[in-house]
Design a protein around this ligand. Structure first.
Ligand SMILES: Cc1cc2nc3c(=O)[nH]c(=O)nc-3n(C[C@H](O)[C@H](O)[C@H](O)COP(=O)(O)OP(=O)(O)OC[C@H]3O[C@@H](n4cnc5c(N)ncnc54)[C@H](O)[C@@H]3O)c2cc1C
Length: 431
């Protein structure tokens, strides 16, 4: 039984159901229909309040925390930025996660002809501000060659998982091609509310009053969904974690500005280029005001984001009376210093001659709110809480395969790496 048909869950379901002698059941709380073209359009982030394919979590500081709730999970609603981590980000991963194994799994997803349809944004697709952003940073930093799949410290044109103008979801890439297998069932509109267990053996899940038995449960409910299930079921006590699990997040500060004039054409995607600095900060040049991508959001002007990627902020998740309580934590002193240095360099950029024709005089302002990248990861790191294939230590019949098990922080967003992890674990399980 696979709980969650998200970025990782679709890969795992496809891999496990390759063996016709294995029966695979996927439970997904999202709706039955495949996210439509309107939802998958890269010019829209379909995460507004009440969105059909997204859901929110309560956050201690009131930050909007949202996740996909769909066939495809968060891959159905995310920004479509699909960058590998830097090779050095895998230092400290458990045995078996060799450079060769990692490369092989990434290649399946993002090499030419790969499952996720990954291509870098082309020069003629760039929003005007993105072109200027790259010219500014190229004066002092190297620029990654377009064909190189590995990011560098320097300017990284974003590679995107896409079918033309649509985000290519994990469901389109993995679940849809497998959906007619007689040994694979996908049950939607169904939320696992608890795990059932006998001693240290997990025996299945509870859905409301009903118990569904399974030989093995794979939790792919996303870092927050998986934590919620483990906390509600008391499994965290079995592993000595008590009533809380840690969580990591890329907190982001936005530097806003106003434009002198509207852009000549509407941008085709939210994030087309980023800079990775030598001190592990990601500088994100958003193509336009976030409000033009998310329905109902108050316009605040276009922005450039600054996020410390390593180590990230450390927060905590707990089970509350009315659901999961998420606290995304705060920046430690060193991360706050690096964020401030990053925002200062962005202010300089926006005041430079390169941006003179774009930025309205006196309009550059740093948003005082430290926001979230919606990346939460690492509550049950491989090699610490799980084995190298996600098997939860001390618990039988339970495996975790999603963002929860990333054992380190990466200098890029997590999406490509979570799917890479699912591909490699799926390969090992399918053998
Ligand atoms: C708005 C947004 C934008 C983002 N943009 C980017 C980006 O551009 N690049 C990037 O690298 N990362 C991005 N991310 C992060 C990235 O998309 C996620 O880290 C990744 O998709 C998580 O994959 P996952 O498999 O761990 O979980 P998910 O893809 O979230 O899948 C979990 C699935 O489990 C289901 N589920 C949860 N609980 C239950 C339950 N109890 N019972 C049944 N089903 C359940 C959910 O409905 C969901 O479908 C973004 C995230 C969001 C939300």
């Amino acid at each position: 039984m696979v709980v969650g048909a998200g970025s990782a869950g679709c890969v795992i379901a496809e891999r496990l159901s390759r063996d016709p002698d294995r029966t695979v059941v996927v439970l997904e709380r999202g709706p039955h229909e495949w996210p439509t073209r309107a939802v998958r359009d890269l010019r829209v982030l379909p995460i507004e309040d009440g969105a059909r394919f997204a859901t929110g979590y309560a956050e201690a500081a009131g930050l909007p925390v949202v996740r996909g709730r769909a066939l495809g999970g968060s891959s159905a609603v995310n920004g479509g930025y699909f960058l590998r981590w830097h090779p050095g980000d895998f230092a400290g991963w458990p045995d078996g996660w060799t450079r060769e194994a990692i490369t092989h799994a990434y290649d399946e997803l993002d090499a030419p002809g790969g499952t996720m349809g990954v291509t870098a944004f082309a020069d003629d697709e760039l929003a005007d501000v993105v072109g200027l952003f790259e010219s500014h940073w190229a004066q002092t930093l190297p620029v990654r060659a377009p064909a190189d799949p590995w990011p560098i410290v320097g300017v990284n044109r974003v590679r995107s998982n896409r079918d033309g103008p649509l985000r290519r979801t994990s469901a389109e890439a993995y679940l849809r091609p497998a959906i007619d297998r007689p040994n694979l069932s996908v049950i939607t509109d169904t939320e696992a509310t608890e795990l059932t267990a006998s001693g240290r053996r997990v025996t299945g899940v509870r859905v409301g009053q009903e118990r569904l038995a399974a030989g093995e449960v794979v939790l792919s409910a996303g870092t927050l969904g998986t934590a919620g299930l483990l906390l509600r079921s008391g499994v965290t006590h079995l592993i000595g974690a008590g009533d809380a699990l840690p969580v990591h997040e890329h907190r982001e500060v936005l530097v806003h500005y106003r434009r002198r004039a509207q852009p000549p054409v509407a941008p085709t995607a939210l994030l087309q280029s980023v800079v990775h600095t030598a001190d592990d900060v990601e500088i994100r040049c958003y193509s336009a005001d976030m409000a033009s991508f998310v329905r109902g959001l108050e316009p605040a002007g276009p922005a450039v984001g600054v996020a410390v990627m390593r180590p990230g902020a450390r927060g905590v998740v707990r089970a509350g009376d009315s659901g999961l309580l998420v606290d995304l934590g705060t920046l430690d002193a060193d991360s706050a210093r690096r964020t401030a240095a990053g925002t200062a360099s962005v202010r300089d950029m926006l005041h430079s001659a390169v941006f003179r024709d774009i930025v309205a005089p006196g309009s550059v302002a740093v948003d005082p709110v430290v926001r979230t990248s919606q990346h939460a990861w690492g509550s049950l790191p491989m090699g610490v809480r799980t084995d190298e294939l996600g098997g939860l230590d001390g618990v039988i019949g339970l495996r975790i395969v999603d963002g929860s098990i990333l054992p380190t922080a990466g200098r890029s967003g997590p999406h490509a790496t979570i799917m890479m992890v699912a591909v490699r674990i799926g390969d090992a399980l399918a053998r």
